[in-house]
Design a protein around this ligand. Sequence first.
Ligand code: ZN
Length: 561
Amino acid sequence: MLWARLKLFLQRNWLWFAIGLLMIVAIVVPVWYMQGMEESVRRYIVGINVASLPWGILQTLVFVGFLYLLQYGGGFAMFKKSKVKMGSASVRFTDVIGLMEAKREAWEVVQLIKDRAVLKKVGGKILHGMLMVGPPGCGKTMLAKAIATEAGVPFLSTAGSEFVEIFVGVGASRVRKLFKQARQYAQAYGACIIFIDELEVVGKARVFMDAFGGSSESNSTLNQLLVEMDGLTDVDANIVVIGAMNAQEMVLDPALLRPGRFDRKITVNRPNLQERREIFEYYARNIALDPGVDLARLARKAVYKTPAEIENILKEAALIAVRDRRERVTYKDVSSAIERIELGVAHRLNLTPREREMTAFHEAGHLLVTYLTHPTNDVFKVSIVQRGGSLGVVHSVPREELYTSDVNTLKAHIRVSLAGYVAERLKYGVSTTGVSSDFAKAMAIAHDMVWIYGMGGDGLIGDFNQIPAGGLNQPAQLSEAFKEKLNNATQVLLHECVKEVEQVLKTEFHILERFSKELLAREELDYDEIVQIFTEYGKPPKPLPAENPEPPRYFPPPAGH
Ligand code: ZN
């Protein structure tokens, strides 16, 4: 083992040794040679050399500068070294917040790496490759590092984009180098983990019918990856390749998913409510947070947010507090940070009083219908401050993560979208162009309900997008009359929703007027202020759904495991 490590050290640093040796030879040999010469000749030789030194240095600089240009300025990508980072093995499982499910599966992988010898004796399947799939910013890299740390093996990290070059063969040779390096580490340390981020860049399905060679480069890179992974079964090196990707694994070449390659998968999902709260608590440690900030409520508000986004929100909130010369970050700062990130920085337009009033009515309409009729969404904020192209906004989020929607939820989405339009018409008899994005949203949902989900009534059931639209020589299989029938059903659905919204807003018109007045006076209303006003009219907030029972924790693992 010691010899292997020394060998690895020499392999990685041989260039420095060579340069050092060359320098010594370059000094010792001339001195030794000149010993037998006359004093005047020695002086002459040394003098000439010293005089030509600046010129020599200048030449060297020009040469190095030229090489540098070749490497970074032009397209000489083959000279560029791929960036493979040797990870610092310091992330432990307890440092990865949330991700309970993923961590449980990752722990199994750690055991597989550690117990390889036992596994071999028993004849079990040796792990060579593993996929991590999930949205960006959810901690895939952290988890991979934690696996390496807990298993006590070196960690080589690179990204799929590092293998993409226009020159044929460059990507493939980089893959070869990466695996060679990993084998050296594995010999020295017993095992090695290769982490490839953005695997979909290299691993997307190969194209074979390519006449111009345009895709042959990515094909050769992928082929090399396959060859190297198959090679792992032959050699006795304990190397595990972890590939991370944002898209689903369907985009990958099927060859990559075969047994012996990336045949194990861990899904790294967005955090749930409990995990979001832990993440808020974790990042809030580095921020001077006002003691009054309710992290549990923020965790509810940040539904579907990833850990990276939560970190970003808190940093942005700190920025806002600093700008206003305050020493503590308040709930309002965090709330405006979320708006700023989602909708852009506030920029005040010069609206006429009538435009402002109409905006207030429009937003109050959205607010009322969400609060009073939406089965799954809560209103967190309403504002008529202009941001990034929108005149106002109602910030509403689901009260808990939902992975499916039923017809009631979808209709509620449509009602909420149409509420601004209805409110404008109820108050002024006319509507503005401000409804266009609302209509787009409502129309998209209604269209999908009729065309895809079979929720349109009229006995229309099925996903009508599946029926071929017909081509050059094929007649369309969906008749024009039938399309018209579907589109009519969409209109009927929208009109139904408008009627329902009218019903609600007419009955509660006094609350609508009250909110528009409050908005004109205060511009923004937060959750507490909204709830307070509704409660005045005898409409307290809906009770929060019960939290899911906390899943069992697996870490730290029980003793003796
Ligand atoms: Zn609107």
